[in-house]
Design a protein around this ligand. Structure first.
Ligand code: ADP
Length: 401
């Protein structure tokens, strides 16, 4: 096991495609770090640079104390598990799992097969050792591919979307399995996925990428509760955060937000906004922080009920703000009318709230919503930065001499 250090790492393909830009991160020894981001954000490129499958255009990558930029893949002490399991069809599971070790070490066969048996035990597949890959289910092939990585006893595991080809139920099960095995072996791990839920459930820390740039790194709880910018806020969490376009103006006792919603804000928030100097804002509120209120009030908004999805312990309410439409047909949840409200990108802004199943009567068409600003985030609409985070960073910055 080893730490991994990225220092100012950049990757440019074909002279002008910047896939990764000035990436800095230290992954602790034994840590499970997930790289997450939309397709094309540079995750695989980063992983492949660690593996030595891709040249590094700038900066350095170190595994332990050793800078590996120029080191061939086989000397990097890593094992990689791909989305396509890349098993040899003509070899048995046992031979597939032994293959890498036989090539890369001069361990005697007996020691190699002992390791294969141990890894098969750990992966729960000892009875499959004499089968061929084509006799196995997708889940079993995935276990073989992971087992093959374990056998190598590498300093670092690299996983590239290893669960994408499995059905939803198996994927959830394998998440827990992989996490258990990683903890048991205590091997430093980089795991790539586009699935934020996978990232949230498996990782010690998550690094969120967009357009080749690191947006934020932190524990799942940190990135969920304290997103540093609008991208992270919207990418992490499902259903995603509700975003409202608002404009700030100062008042005698604080400030006021107007736009999608019209609500007063307290003096502390107003001060933060003024410190950053932003007036066009995005107000973000997670679905679990939107509460149904029985009464109207100054900081409550009126909303139409589009649909309510019962989920068991709680319901998911889809709503449209009264301010966003004056079309009466919306009261009956008319989907066509909703389409007309589409944003310029052609997407309907779906507003969602987790609610107590008892809180709305079955025949209700409208609700008052309390958008508890206590737990809301405010973002500068121009830069996407979280206002509170910007202010905190400025306060923490040591005074310049
Ligand atoms: P992700 O893994 O997040 O989907 P990638 O690392 O695969 O993203 O890709 C990042 C960017 O680099 C994308 O714009 C992609 O088109 C580009 N890219 C990836 N591989 C190559 C390549 N071999 N040649 C040229 N461009 C590439």
């Amino acid at each position: 096991m080893s730490s991994i250090n990225f220092e100012n790492v950049t990757k440019v393909y074909d002279g002008d495609i910047v896939a990764v830009e000035d990436f800095n991160l230290t992954i602790q020894s034994g840590e499970f770090l997930t790289l997450v981001g939309p397709s094309g954000s540079g995750k695989s490129t980063l992983l492949r640079m660690v593996a030595g499958l891709e040249d590094i255009s700038g900066g350095t990558i170190a595994i332990g104390d050793e800078v590996v930029n120029m080191l061939p893949p086989r000397h990097r002490d890593i094992a990689m598990v791909f989305q396509s399991y890349a098993l040899y069809p003509h070899l048995s599971v046992r031979e597939n799992m032994a293959f890498g070790l036989k090539r890369s070490t001069d361990l005697p066969d007996e020691a190699i097969y002992d390791r294969v048996e141990d890894a098969a035990e750990l992966m729960g597949i000892p009875e499959l050792l004499d089968d061929r890959p084509k006799q196995l289910s997708g889940g079993q092939q995935q276990r073989v591919a992971t087992g093959r990585a374990i056998v190598r006893e590498p300093a670092v595991f690299l996983f590239d979307e290893p669960l994408s080809n499995l059905d939803a139920k198996l994927r959830k099960h394998m998440r827990t399995e992989l996490q258990r095995i990683q903890k048991e072996l205590d091997t430093t791990t980089i795991y790539v996925t586009h699935d934020q839920e996978e990232a949230m459930t498996m990782s010690d820390r998550i690094a969120i990428l967009n357009h080749g740039e690191l947006q934020q790194v932190g524990t799942p709880r940190e990135v969920y509760n304290d997103p540093h910018n609008l991208f992270v806020a919207q990418f992490i969490g499902s259903p995603s955060m509700n975003i409202f376009d608002v404009t700030y103006e100062a008042t005698d006792n604080g400030g006021r937000l107007t736009g999608d919603i019209n609500i007063p804000i307290d003096a502390e928030r107003a001060q933060q906004i003024e410190a950053v100097g932003a007036t066009d804002l995005k107000l973000g509120i997670r679905p679990e922080h939107v509460n149904v209120s029985r009464t109207s009030g100054e900081d409550h908004v009126n909303a139409y009920i589009d649909i309510i999805e019962p989920l068991g312990a709680r319901d998911l309410l889809y709503f449209t703000l009264e301010s966003e439409t004056d079309d009466d047909s919306l009261v009956s949840g008319d989907a066509a009318a909703l389409e007309d409200e589409a944003s310029p990108e052609g997407e309907v802004a779906e507003r969602k709230a987790f609610i107590d199943p008892e809180s709305i009567s079955a025949d209700a068409h409208e609700v008052y919503l309390d958008l508890s600003l206590e737990q809301a985030d405010l973002f500068d609409a121009n830069t996407g930065a979280n206002i509170e985070h910007v202010v905190r960073e400025e306060q923490e910055e040591p005074p310049t001499a």
